[in-house]
Design a binder for this molecule. Structure first.
Ligand SMILES: [Mn+2]
Length: 353
């Protein structure tokens, strides 16, 4: 990798990406393999010193899944302001599905590098080797670069993903991650009731770089869902059947679905009030679940060109005592596009994952 590294002017690169025309669905921002690899290398170095679980202060805007919808990411910055003036926590799933994943991921790494106190990136289940090779990112790079370079660039991103943090705690009160909680939190050392600091420390015993391929705590943090949503197994959504089980197998074929009671217990252990996560389409942009202890934020409007969902960003100015309503949701409607544009914007295969 070192041989192809070049000096990248990060501000210039950010500017090239940020000034892309959101109406343009024909062209891409020209990104060379050398630029991508340099950005990956710098991002990796920057994330080397961060833990699996990071602490963040308000004010903050929380952004859910983006899935390669670069035009919509630019619309978010247009509406809410750019870093460093506006601060952002992203919940993962930057890539796959949308055909502008390279722009999304590169811009976010560049902004994180330029403004480390205003841009925080958590890892989603798509930022893993086996998922990003199957749902579009690998194909996009393959289409945009010659073979030998594509191979290197994909490898560079995959290695960089392995250094990303996976959860964040906002003002000591709100737990954020891509998927959700893990039954491992019920086991030692987490269940020793050592308080937030001890439990965060226990979580940070998980060392980076890591590729969470096997079932376990990191896999659950990126993959789990609350019970009562589309992926929470074979039960009807009648509350009676569900009150008993704290954890159910997840329909995605990986990880679990968690109940309100499971979440209560984990929130108590971490001394946090609620969970904010992404990972699932919410038709109104967000969804409050499990007695308002769990909020799903989804930030890809008109997801995949198939859904007609609105997207949202959760804006938290500062936390007050009424922690059940942490902030306000900024809503973004899908762009009205000519159907012929959709082929340029999305990979057509849509599978639930
Ligand atoms: Mn996801």
């Amino acid at each position: 990798m070192a041989r192809v590294l070049q000096n990248v002017d990060l501000k210039d690169l950010a500017n090239r990406l940020l000034t892309f025309d959101t109406e343009d669905v024909e062209n891409h921002v020209p990104l060379t393999a050398a630029e991508c690899l340099s950005v990956c290398h710098m991002a990796m170095e920057a994330m080397r010193s961060t833990d699996i679980c990071i602490h963040i202060k308000t004010p903050i805007n929380i952004v859910g899944d983006l899935h390669g919808q670069f035009h919509d990411l630019l619309r978010i910055f247009d509406a809410l302001g750019q870093p460093p003036e506006s601060r952002f926590l992203f919940l993962g799933d930057y890539i796959d599905r949308g055909k502008y994943s390279l722009e999304v991921m590169t811009l976010l790494f560049v902004l994180m590098l330029l403004y480390p106190n205003s841009v925080y990136l958590l890892r989603g289940n798509h930022e893993t080797a086996n998922i990003c090779c199957r749902y579009g990112f690998k194909d996009e790079i393959g289409q945009r670069m010659v073979r030998i370079q594509a191979h290197k660039v994909l490898g560079g991103f995959v290695r960089t993903f392995q250094w990303m943090p996976m959860c964040a705690i906002i003002d000591g009160q709100i737990f954020c991650c891509h998927g959700g909680i893990s039954p491992n939190f019920m086991l030692q050392p987490f269940n020793l009731r050592g308080g937030q600091q001890a439990n965060v420390q226990a979580l940070n015993e998980c060392k980076k770089p890591v590729e969470p391929v096997r079932p376990g705590i990191l896999c659950d943090i990126m993959w789990s869902d609350p019970i009562g949503t589309a992926f929470s197994a074979q039960f009807s959504q009648s509350s009676e059947t569900l009150t008993e089980a704290k954890w159910l197998p997840n329909k995605r074929g990986c990880s679990f679905s968690f109940s309100g009671q499971a979440l209560e217990e984990v929130m108590r252990l971490f001394q946090t009030q609620m969970l904010i996560r992404g990972h699932q389409v919410a038709m109104n942009g967000y969804q409050s679940q499990l007695n308002r202890r769990c909020v799903t934020v989804f930030s890809a409007p008109g997801y995949c060109g198939v859904y007609n969902n609105i997207s949202s960003i959760l804006q938290i100015e500062r936390l007050n005592d009424d922690s059940k309503s942490p902030g306000s949701f900024f809503l973004l409607r899908p762009m009205q596009r000519d159907p012929s544009a959709l082929a340029n914007l999305f990979w057509n295969e849509l599978r639930d994952i």
